[in-house]
Design a protein around this ligand. Sequence first.
Ligand code: C2O
Ligand code: CU
Length: 491
Amino acid sequence: MTNSGAGLSRRAFLGAGAALGGLVLLGPTRTGQARAAAPFEPTRTVTLGAGETELKLLGPDGPATRILAYDGVPFQTLRVPRGTRLKAEFVNGLDEGSTLHFHGIRMPNEFDGVPTLTQPLVQPGGRFTYLLPLDDPGTFFFHPHCDETGQAGKGLAGVLVVEDPRDPAFDAEHVLCLKDWRLAEDGSFLPLTEPDGASKAGTFGATRTVNGAASVELTAPAGGHARLRILNLDSTRIMDIGVEGGEAEGFEAWLIAVDGHALKPVRLDDLPDGIWRMGPAQRIDLDVRMPADGGTVTVGDYRASDIYHFAAIRTEGQAAKPRKGPLALPKPELPRPDMKKAARFSFTLQQATDAAVKNLALPADDPLAKALIDSLCVGSTTYWGIDAESWPAGNRRNLPPPLARMTTGRSCRVEIRNETRFPHPVHLHGHAFEVVSSSLDRLPRHFADTVLVQPGEAVEIAFVAAPGDWAFHCHILEHMETGMMGWFRIV
Ligand code: C2O
Ligand code: CU
């Protein structure tokens, strides 16, 4: 075993103990970090303790599974009004390092929760306080940003709903968290990642759930408008969300927000195939107008031939004052990129060829090897890259250089080209970007924080750059952990 690429001797490296990740990797990222400008006065304080809890995922009579959750509540939902100053104290009750990342939230970089890039890994028993200004209304979520296939794969995630008092009043509202699980018959976990999955479409779970159950029965008044907040919290699966109301009089469904951000309502029937395709981490809000004279509406994932109907909404009672709809949400108040003056970038998503598949080549039982892999929060193999860079950078066992340097306040247009055979939901931290165009021409223009890029497709996104070191990665967790992750330095 030679010295690590970071230039520390083996002894110094091991001696660094808990501070290891910080010592080795934080150095180059210290500059250019944004600090919260105004003093932060929390208006809501929560503690989020990561730990184990039990859930009967194989049905009420089946065995219980030891899943992971915050505060013992699977997919717990925090609801706060827009403008909230959230102080979230993370307590790591796991037996490995973790952090908390509030996905899709525009925030000071130092609270973004990406180990080695914005903060040191929080060790078992450790704490970290996140201070988050929640100025954008919408459907968001939070999750760990280390060993995500292991931690998020076992259920560690929560929902953050930022309510806008200006929203139209819906007659019903339901939050639906979709996630599959890889379970053995006795309820224990099967391996959450396998090379064949990680290097291809991902390792799928066979036990499909919504809010931890096989399906849910919901209600909404006849003729009323139900708001559905649907989150794809799966590690791997891409879903085609559709709604059916049979021939029922009055039934209609509109897409009213993507990744929390309002768009001009689109009838689901007017979208290609009548569905919205949603990769891991993506969310939608739907406005479902219920049949006027009773009946049931079903919501499902139509991607596989074996349709997964995960929710049935029964009519119950009568809407007090029927409205035609759609019930549009107020326009998002987000910085709008200037398309003419924008700086341009282009990145290519790539699959490493056999020769380029990099292995950190560290024996798994070597404590130095384990410490390195833990501190980088990655798997030991690289199958993917963005512009031929992978995270970590192969045998250098260190952060790759930033994919791009951008200027704070500057408009940026970023083209994402997918040269692989698989779709990738690509996420940029700390921003809401506009999805401007797709070479396959299948998307309405909208704001988002994650965009699904199909094989052979080029998608253009645009945003106003916010200061910080921001991760940019595929949200199929095995892809991000095997190389499809990079970062932008914005100063
Ligand atoms: Cu959901 Cu890097 O994030
Ligand atoms: Cu991917």
